[in-house]
Design a binder for this molecule. Structure first.
Ligand SMILES: *Cc1c(COP(=O)(O)O)cnc(C)c1O
Length: 221
C-alpha cells in the first residue's frame, strides 16, 4: 500500500507550471520506523517530522539516509536536540526561534537551512509571520550568523473551497518570487498537504508535505 502510494505520488508531483521540480516530503508523524523505511525503499528521499520526541526516537532506525526536515511548531528548549541532524527547518515561525537556531548552530559549528513560515490565512490556530511582514522577517533572519534562508513555508486554511485556497496559494507564490529576486539562496516554496497539494503545485509550490496520501489516515496526531 505505502509502496504503491509513493510510486504513484512520485510520478504525479512532477514539475510545477514554472518548470521547477517538486520535492515530495513524507510527513511521518505517528508512523512506525518500518512504515517510514518502506516509503524510503519505494523512493522517498525527504522525510519531515513535527514532534521532537518522535524525531529522536526514530532517528537511528531510519534507513537509506533521507534528508530530514522538521515541519512542526518547535519549542525553544528542544532546538538543541535537532541541531546538526536536520537538513531543513521548515517552520521558522518567530524571531525567538530563529535566534535560538542560529545561536545553537553557531556553537555547534554548523549552518542550518530554514524556511520562513507565513501565516497566509491569518489564522489564530497557525503559527508564522504575517504576510506583510514576511520579507522583512526573511531579511532579518538571513542576517543571523549560522542560518541560511532557503525559502518559504505555508499551510493553507482547512477548507475545500478552491475560491478561498487558490488566491492564497498564488499570493504565496508572489511573495516567494519577491524573496527570490533579492535573495539568491531562496529555492523552496513548501506548500501543500494531502488535501490541497495539487492546487498548491498548480499555483507554484515546489515542495509538498504528504502524510495521509502516503500512509493512510493517522490513528492519532
Ligand atoms: C501532518 C502534516 C502534514 C501532512 O498532512 P497530511 O494531510 O496527512 O498530508 C504536512 N505539513 C505539516 C506541517 C504537518 O504537520
Amino acid at each position: 500500500m505505502i509502496e504503491e502510494n509513493v510510486k504513484r505520488l512520485l510520478g504525479e508531483v512532477g514539475e510545477n507550471p514554472f518548470g521547477e521540480k517538486v520535492t515530495l516530503v513524507a510527513a511521518v508523524k505517528t508512523q512506525t520506523v518500518e512504515d517510514i523505511n518502506c516509503a524510503i525503499a519505494a523512493g522517498i528521499t525527504d522525510i519531515g517530522d513535527n514532534h521532537v520526541q518522535e524525531f529522536r526516537d526514530k532517528y537511528d532506525g531510519i534507513a537509506g539516509n533521507p534528508r530530514r526536515h522538521f515541519i512542526g511548531h518547535l519549542q525553544l528548549n528542544k532546538v538543541k536536540y535537532l541541531i546538526g541532524k536536520t537538513d531543513l527547518y521548515q517552520s521558522v515561525d518567530r524571531f525567538e526561534l530563529a535566534e535560538e537556531l542560529s545561536k545553537r548552530s553557531e556553537r555547534a559549528g554548523v549552518t542550518s537551512r530554514c524556511l520562513i513560515q507565513i501565516n497566509i490565512g491569518n489564522e489564530e490556530s497557525k503559527g508564522g509571520f504575517e504576510y506583510e511582514e514576511g520579507l522583512e522577517a526573511c531579511r532579518k533572519i538571513a542576517a543571523m550568523p549560522a542560518l541560511k534562508v532557503k525559502g518559504l513555508m505555508a499551510m493553507l486554511p482547512f477548507t475545500d473551497d478552491e475560491d478561498v485556497l487558490r488566491p492564497l496559494a498564488k499570493k504565496m507564490r508572489a511573495l516567494f518570487e519577491r524573496l527570490r529576486d533579492g535573495h539568491e539562496g531562496a529555492e523552496y516554496l513548501s506548500m501543500g498537504m494531502s488535501g490541497d497539494w495539487k492546487l498548491c503545485v498548480e499555483c507554484g509550490s515546489n515542495m509538498v508535505r504528504l502524510g495521509t496520501s502516503i500512509f493512510g489516515p493517522r490513528k492519532y496526531d
